[in-house]
Design a protein. Sequence first.
Lengths: 442, 465
Amino acid sequence: MGEHIIKLPDVGEGVAEAELVEWHVKIGDIVREDTVLAAVMTDKATVEIPSPVDGEILWLGAEIGDTVAIGSPIVRLKVAGEGNVKAAGKDAEPTAEAEAPAEPPSPQPETPQSPRATKPAEAPAKPAPPAAKTVARSSASGVPRPEGEKPLASPAVRLRAKEAGIDLRQVAGSGPAGRIGHEDIEAFLARGPQPAKTSGLARNDAVEDIKLVGLRRKIAEKMTLSKSRIPHITYVEEIDVTALEDLRAALNKEKRPARGGAERTKLTLLPFLMRAMVKAIADQPQLNSLFDDEAGIIHQHGGIHIGIAAQTPSGLVVPVVKHAEARDIWDCAAEVARLAEAAKSGTATRDDLSGSTITITSLGAMGGVATTPVINHPEVAIIGVNKMMVRPVWDDTQFIPRKMMNLSSSFDHRVIDGWDAAVFIQRIKALLETPALIFVEG
Amino acid sequence: MKEISCKLLVIGAGPSGYVCAIRAGQLGVDTVIVEAGKPGGTCLNVGCIPSKALIHAAEEFEKVSHMAGGKSPLGISVTAPVLDLARTVAWKDGIVSRLNSGVAGLLKKAGVKTVQGWATFRDGKTVEVETETGSQVIRAETIVIATGSAPVELPFLPFGGPVISSTEALALNEVPKKLAVVGGGYIGLELGMAFAKMGAEVTVVEALPRVLAQYDAELTRPVVKRLAALGIEVMTGAKAKGLSTKGDALLVETSDGKSGKVAADKILVTVGRRPVTEGWGLEQIDLDRVGKFIRIDDQCRTSMRGVFAIGDVTGEPMLAHRAMAQGEMVAEIVAGHKRGWDKRSIPAVCFTDPELVTAGLSPEEAKALGGEIKIGLFPFAANGRAMTRLGEDGFVRVVARADNHLVLGIQAVGQGVSELSAAFGLALEMGARLEDIAGTIHAHPTLGEGFQEAALKALGHALHI
């Protein structure tokens, strides 16, 4: 039997550390090669760490929410054969690092082969922390009592509970094997009478502390940054998309195969909006910028990389359609479909999720009448799509039913004036209301 | 007809009844107890106490007989001993009598009124007692039924003449030359072994494939070995068929279906005990039953309001200490305290040679719970004290949950292990884990060290084996 140490692999170019967001295993689990051990998250992508070998989990090197440096040991496995720990020792032996082989795998997120010759006295004390941790985790103390299992308490405690009218099944035992002691009875009494379960309405004074980890934390940081630094101006305009919808329906109905003969992606409204934005940006390139406010420089981009804010089971992500200016409507649709699928299944790469210069946000069917979108820092504009619905529109003689949709858009008011924002949205409105304009060159 | 009324009426002054009455009296409850015989019930008069007296006398006699053979490794030799069973029984009766008065005194001290006579229910609140001075009606707010149990009689082997129950066996004037014991349970083996030690030629007839069938085979092996050493013939899988016409032998059908005869001066029938549910008007109050027993809930309440039942009449295990605990609990409930049956274990002791103790779950019962278990067994062959008292046969066995090491059951077999029941019961009732027992210093040199070692063994680091 040997030990195999798994270190946090390089999960992305230029990434020095990652946040541990999930353990898929616990100490004592038997894992096979390729069993997913953990998930770590870098700036945007979540990466799963598979086991390279079969073995039994001996030690886990981080808590959920910890930031772990690339190359730090994160898991120790008991494996058949020699494992990689002894091997490392043998390799190190001939070198000057005489102390290194004797040193057990370190639980700290540091490079495991770092020479410790200057502090040889520390070595023997090292195994203690992981060992203690293992014992604490494997012992069953504090485990909630399974349903139907009798509460464990001494006769004196049982008597006291009876006298006080306490049902011991409702008391948590803090002792070994979940044994209920006098102190648990006291704690239960101190909490006061619990509201009767039968009453329909009850006060709930519970406060659950939920640690902000992973994507949620990233989103929180990003939103704070955007809202604290960017003075937003939000502009809402309604668009008559009746003609656009007719065109879209006709194109989808036509089902003309793509050039290669492949089936074409069904068009949604999004590719039209993207193409309209490309056209509008041609007139107002300052809207396709990244504003480095610290340096006081606006990086105005030629390539239009449109981020599409999307809700996934684990939270908000923003996959990016690169170079929308070089894609036709079908190409935009295909790329949006690919990214949506990747984001949903969690297979989006780091590259898929970064590099946007302007963003579209949509709540889809939930849509709403208007929103106040938060700019994706350091961009300067975000276009929010609201729900399309049939509304009565006055055509100077009567009300007629038209398919109407609002756009709620925010702009960084430091670099975009309200006038410019309005011009930009009016241009998009004109393009979408007369969709033939989208396809006119120049 | 005289009439009295009281708050609590207890019917039967056995271990459950007298304890209930004493505790109720202590708590200031106006209590009356009715008993037809002497106070103390089966346990004190014809059960635990007299049998232990006889078993002790037999044990002493056998020790001396062994020394008289000149083979004692202790180097003691004596002339052949003589047993005067009539004197032994008189000594035993003296102990019983002292304890009878003791119980009567305790009842009196607690302010309990004792009515001597046979009680019969009229209704759920009224009982009529036939006393020496006529009949007396007692009305009570609460009535506790503690009528106990009696030996089961076989229809083809009725008690009388050479066929005796344990009650008569404890009052014999001389040791039978040949004793047939029908039923190889704990009562039959305790008495059968005692008579064998006193010189009787004993045959045990058991219908099941092995004796002491309520215990696991590993635990009873030392007892089976000792039965053979004492020259007791054990016929398993054999059925008693009746008394021979001359009345000098037991007719049996052996395990291979053949008819046979076991010559016997006395035939002791110990095939179990039945609850006493007849003759006191149970039909008048129509209580729910479980089989032959009275159905009770976890407060010993019967199906009728204000009527409790305790002791052997409520079912297995028919043990005096369970009955006493029930009696105490019911008295406190009647006095207005909140109580309920919440015991984790009722230890059981079997005074065979060697003795057996069980508390909590056996390995099989623990396995049946579904979880993984750990078992630690420490043999007395590795215990110094057992060696010095010629009692190396036997062991202590601890059964615990594998996940949290909670002790689920403890068993022991060996000379004098009955006294370990105190430690076993306490460990289970306190919810001990293996580490608790292993971490308790057990005095050296004692048999109790075997308990600690068994726990260490289950933890994987026994020291003396």
